[in-house]
Design a protein around this ligand. Sequence first.
Ligand code: ADP
Length: 943
Amino acid sequence: MIKPHQRQSQSDRITIGVLTDWLGDEHPSLLLKGIISEARANDVNILCFVGQQPNHPERYASNANFIYDLPSAKSVDGLIVMSNRLSRFDPESVEQLCEKHQSLPIVSLGQRVEGVSSINVANEAGTCDAVSHLILRHGLHRIAYAMGPEKQLEAGERFQGYRRALKENGIAFDPSLVAPGGFDLELAEETIRVLLDERRVEFDAIVAANDLLAIGIIEQLNERGLYVPEDVAVIGFDDLDVAAACTPPLATVAQPIIDQGVEGVRALIAKIRGEPVPDLVVLPTHLVTRRSCGCLSPWVSGVKRRDPIEDGTNLIDLAKAWPETILAQVRSLVQSSHVRLPDDWPANLLTAFVYSSQEDAPQRFLLVLTYLLDEVARQRGKVGEWQGVISAVQQIILPSLNSPASRERADQLLHQARVLIGESVYQAQVGLEILDRRRMSLLRQVIFNLASTADFGEQLQILIDGLPGLGIRCGYLTLFEDHDPNAEWSNLVMAYTPERTFIADGDGIRFPTRQVIPEQYGQVGDGIMYTVQPIYYRNEYIGLLVLELNYDSLTAYELIRAVTSAAIKSGSFYQELQSYSQNLESVIRKATADLIQSKEQAENILNNSPDAILLLDKSGLIDVVNSTCSEVFGYSADELRGKHPSMLVSGELGSDVIKSVEQFAGNKGPIRFEVIAKPEKGVLFDAEVALAPVADGGIYRGAVCTIRDISALKDLERMKDALLSTAAHELRTPLTTIRGFSEILRTRDLTEERRDRYMGFIYEQSTHLGGLVDNLLDVARIQAGRGLEISFEMVDLEPILRSVVAAYREINSGHAFELVNLDHLPPVIGDPLRLDQVVRNLVSNAVKYSPGGGVVTITAAARDGRLEVSIRDEGIGMTPEQQSHLFERFYRADQSDSAIGGAGLGLTICKQIVEGHGGEIWVESEPGKGSTFTFSIPTVQHE
Ligand code: ADP
């Protein structure tokens, strides 16, 4: 179906889009050769969109194929789809592509697609010829077939040709002779393995689906000691250059690959112009016999059927107007259809040969031939083909040369011509090689430079500097917005042409993605041809690399694309990395500051803690300690590091700690226990150890060990225990007395005097009991932090002192009481009852703790605004150590059973009362000599 097409592109010239895969292979490059030459001839632009074969097995390869969605009426007037390339892994993908672009005129190369004009090759007929040749010419009947890619349509057609040839020649089809293969050299190993090892079939020839597979098959056969064509004849398909160059030269079906490209462009131009175009054109193939099928070179054998000129014809006359049949014969020998030579070259060549052989003017023929060979070499045609032309000239002209001199000159000319051709072939090869080597070293330089910088600007400059050396004079790099190939907008970041270069400072020039190159920068209108390649990295779409299409550098494009992709990606990686590391730096800086702060906080907390805190490592050894720990235990942090915490604990308890720490790792729960702590110097003390695990993500890392000094608490506990026993004892003594005497009073008839005495005991003991209970209540109040109730008034201490002493004198304890300096004492501000309590307590102690009797002296003296009252005894006295604990609650210097009774409360209460009056209380004592308790109370100050 032919659709008239409304052109939308801005340029007056037609722009053809070509959808193809990698350009570096010989097959697509030959197709492109035809496309380029025909586009040039018609002044047509080319945008060659280079992707990958759809469903390519290589990972990420298919990601290149967004490039096939890109062409639109904004950039091209029509499309040539290299279907035979793209259908390799997925024939349906080509139909989908054509469907997607159905608004554009499309020509498909190598595969029929509904609604699209197709230029195909006679694959079936070609293979049929090859197989028939083996049967008929070489008498071979066991002919194996090496298949092409399973799904590829052309490969399928070729296989049909094999079957048709067998059928036409009456040979039964044997499926065991059909082996798997493919279009690649390496796949031949499997072909031969299946035929020789797996199936062990016998065969005398193999026809392969293409040349590369055939060449691989020859190699594989050689490796197994089988020779081509002596043991096995081989024929390929394609007639690539390598077919003629390999050993033995490969017989093959020559397909007009270049012509297919040429025809494709012709058909597309016609379609774009709205001219009628057939749906299907099938281009003929022809068999090229070479050594591998058992034939000799066609230059030697293939031209012998040329018609010589009739005897007696005057060659000079003939040269004036060569018969068309002869000219056509000569012309047909040059197969490189893209090579453009002057139309009359066969006539010129023949005429020059006639004159040179007849007139001894060798230059004329050799000059014409040299001109033609140079032209062919310049246009990258096959110079070798001209051996066939020379053979034809020989066969046409030689029989008509009558004079022996002419024949000799002709022989000489033919010889010189063959030398010239040989030389040209050599020159063309060496020239190409040198060119290639130069290009390769330039390419290497570009790649090396690209790889060695991560700076995007520098990368672009490297492309601009390096690519013109590869014959790529113009180039553009565009980046998709948001890494989205479907984004409406892209940014041009690099452009270079021979006239100007541009590297974007910032984001670049924004333009519609579908234009491929922004109009103001595009050179498409000037008839330059471009490749359009995807820049992508794995799943990330970056942009497009648009480069001038230079046929001689085709192999370089994919490499430049890949390296540019990687370089840009690694550059942006680098930039990302840089900004990432900058971010990271500030995050780390902040975290470090936070850390330092919280570390300081933690250190403050740790070091100001009244408890020793140790961090233990996994094996229970000390890692870090706080300053309290060092102060309490007298070891520096360094001395403790790496040691076992049991060193801080006394005696056997040390091993308990070891056990606790060891069990701790398994136990995980926090544990507490009490130990006797052992500082380096000084007194042992009671301590509570708390071990708490430190876990990080469930992994046990160590423990925090807190050692708290609980000696005060322990003492308190001990004293409470003591109190309980003494209080019980103290309370029981008066109670027993009271109960005993009241029992006697109740049950016995007593004399008045006895009754009074007993009543006096009961009174005395109940008073004592009352005082004891008062003391206990006072202490309880002090302990509860409520303090003692003190009501202030002006108090004269003298009568209090005298009455207390008087009371003791009455008890008749066996002590002498002396009152010294009690006259004219200044009054104090205080609570008379409380002060009485203090004096009574101190006098009571003086009596109690001088069991051997002696003098109790009470002295008062006013000094510095205070009244000092001392109570001195001549009793048992106290050591300084005992004195230091004297005023502590429940402290009793002698706790033995034989000790003098008491609850250890009196002095505590005295101290509280004195201090509650703003005064002080202290003791001076010597064991065995007696003690002096003194308290001072502020006096009333007279103005
Ligand atoms: P207690 O009821 O045990 O006497 P105190 O608080 O009055 O309680 O005294 C505390 C301890 O101080 C006594 O147990 C005793 O060991 C010691 N003490 C008090 N006064 C004297 C003193 N005059 N001479 C010797 N030791 C004394």
